[in-house]
Design a protein around this ligand. Structure first.
Ligand code: ATP
Ligand code: MG
Length: 350
């Protein structure tokens, strides 16, 4: 039996994104904590029903790499989705609070995300239903103190994506070059987003921030800057498919308004708007996993290179990536993941 909203007592806020807000809740019926996401949906009743129906696919999703689903229901102007509470939180919060994630753990993140994606593709044919991208990024990869790493927020309901009241949904800075240019979504798009996310976790910096050859002083500055940049930033629907042959004027979208949150690129305090950033992703060489202060194992660098091939045709598939040395030679145990997750998890309230 699915969870009802009446069963839930609110405990605390877990965060908010472009599409909704997430709250830690206590389920009185089952005596356990859960996470409830409320998504503001601007749609007529028939469309709401359709969304709730589409979300039922989640019922059949059971994988150790997918955040558990417990039910959904209408809550006035929202759609509520109840899911498994992950007590060490999302990887964006984790690296912002604790700094770079150890590269051995990043390898386990890569493996978990790929296994989660393969599950969605193979078992549920998520993309073959013409649905949307899995939206892989650090805020959608969650960790618990049992040492588990799982993905959430993949696009199971096309109708939901269409109806999210906040129109700042759609284009994100984790998007592959081909998708920025309007190509349809494929499995390979998620592989690109994974590559970007892995660099961000391993270096504690969104990779499109500054040139890799900057001095160590610039490095320090960039580290301070990193909280300024909002890699979750998205564009309003009206500017979702910018014409990339024409240079978009500065100040379009959120670029100007968010000057301080811009991306510093090329040094000299030059700040990029989000449209400039998307153009940069399309036109410049893909980022790599290279350490200035840290050095990474060759296998990790090669893995990320396989994710970040700008040509989706030659970009590696999830299967190929799972067979790569970085994944198959990992010696990290569940116990070690537990220890790491426990060391970074927020202290228990009670
Ligand atoms: P976006 O809306 O662009 O996807 P987001 O992923 O940060 O951004 P939400 O999906 O609304 O936004 O999630 C908000 C925050 O809530 C996340 O950053 C994460 O830290 C937290 N969160 C989400 N789901 C859970 C969960 N099941 N358990 C614990 N924390 C969660
Ligand atoms: Mg999310």
């Amino acid at each position: 039996e699915l969870v009802k909203n009446e069963d839930l007592d609110i405990l605390e806020d877990l965060g908010a994104g472009n599409g909704g807000t997430v709250t830690k809740v206590w389920n009185r019926k089952r005596n356990c904590v859960m996470a409830r996401k409320l998504i503001l949906v601007d749609a007529k009743p028939s469309v709401r029903k359709q969304i709730l129906r589409e979300l039922q696919i989640m019922n059949d999703c059971a994988s150790p790499y997918i955040v558990g689903y417990y039910g959904c229901f209408p809550v006035d102007v929202h759609v509520g989705v109840v899911m498994e509470y992950m007590d060490a939180g999302s990887l964006d919060h984790i690296y912002r609070k604790n700094g770079a994630v150890p590269i051995t753990v990043v390898g386990k993140v890569a493996e978990a995300v790929l296994r989660g994606l393969m599950y969605l593709y193979d078992v549920h044919r998520i993309i073959h239903r013409g649905l949307t991208a899995a939206d892989i990024k650090p805020s959608n990869i969650l960790v618990n103190t049992a040492g588990e790493i799982k993905i959430c927020d993949f696009g199971v309901s096309g109708e939901l994506i269409n109806s999210i009241a906040n129109t700042f949904v759609g284009t994100s800075t984790y998007m592959s070059p081909e998708r920025i240019q309007g190509a349809p979504y494929t499995i390979k798009s998620d592989v690109w987003s994974l590559g970007i996310s892995l660099i961000e976790l391993a270096t504690a910096r969104f990779p499109f921030m500054d040139p890799p050859d900057s001095s160590s002083e610039a490095d320090e500055e960039a580290d301070e800057d990193r909280t300024e940049h909002d890699p979750n930033a998205t564009l309003p629907l009206s500017t979702q498919r910018p014409k990339l042959d024409k240079k978009p004027s500065r100040g379009e979208a959120k670029g100007e308004r968010r000057r301080s949150r811009g991306v510093s690129l090329g040094g000299g305090g030059h700040t990029m708007s989000i449209l400039d950033l998307l153009q940069h992703i399309v036109n410049e060489p893909a980022p790599r996993l290279t350490g200035r202060r840290r050095s990474f194992p060759k296998e990790a660098e090669l893995f990320v290179e396989g994710c970040l091939d700008k040509d989706p045709g030659s970009r590696k598939s999830p299967q190929e990536l799972l067979a790569s040395d970085w994944i198959t030679k990992s010696t990290v145990t569940v116990d070690e993941l537990k220890k790491w997750a426990t060391s970074i998890a927020p202290a228990k309230a009670t």
